[in-house]
Design a protein around this ligand. Sequence first.
Ligand code: 5GP
Length: 193
Amino acid sequence: MSSILQEKRNNLFVISGPSGSGKNTVYEGVRARIPEIAQTISATTRAKRDGEIDGVDYYFMSVEEFRRRIDNGEFIEYVNYGHNYYGTLKSEIARLTELGRIIVLIIEVNGALRFKELFPEAQTIFIIPPSAEELRRRIVGRGQNTDAETETRLNIAVKEMANKDKYDHCVINDDLDQCIDEVYNIIKGDDQE
Ligand code: 5GP
């Protein structure tokens, strides 16, 4: 069976983009076309949103447990983002490697750059929202956050945008299908960058 796994350049990809960039939607579009792909499940201390499932969307845990895992050296990277901890467990990379998957981390900028230092072979992809106004509209319009959280996410978004040139690839999410195509080509290894 011809598999993308036999043709690809490497199997580690990191996707970042400000809250509201549409990075998760882009990933879902790519995943529909590459069955071997899998996203790492991060640990977080933030509250579960409606519809989220522990062990599927995140490993939800208390601050105490998260800190205990930090002390145990269980994280490849972790950050404090918007007053909550988020981190990638070493066990997640091991689990997906064992399954032979193309591994995608969808994480914020500081964690992504740290991960790239540790795994230089990883390809980093930054998803850019079409405009600052559109970004604000998406973050505010999402309605999942309190006003204070929305403001924090907008501030973080501006800082994240300032780091986009540190990524291997930047893709504008203006037209969703085109953005998915571009990310698909990067992961499949067909882009010429
Ligand atoms: P949300 O609360 O919207 O699910 O995620 C907030 C931000 O944290 C997003 O930018 C998301 O990509 C990022 N994030 C999720 N998991 C991790 C992780 O394990 N490490 C890092 N550094 N960021 C993460």
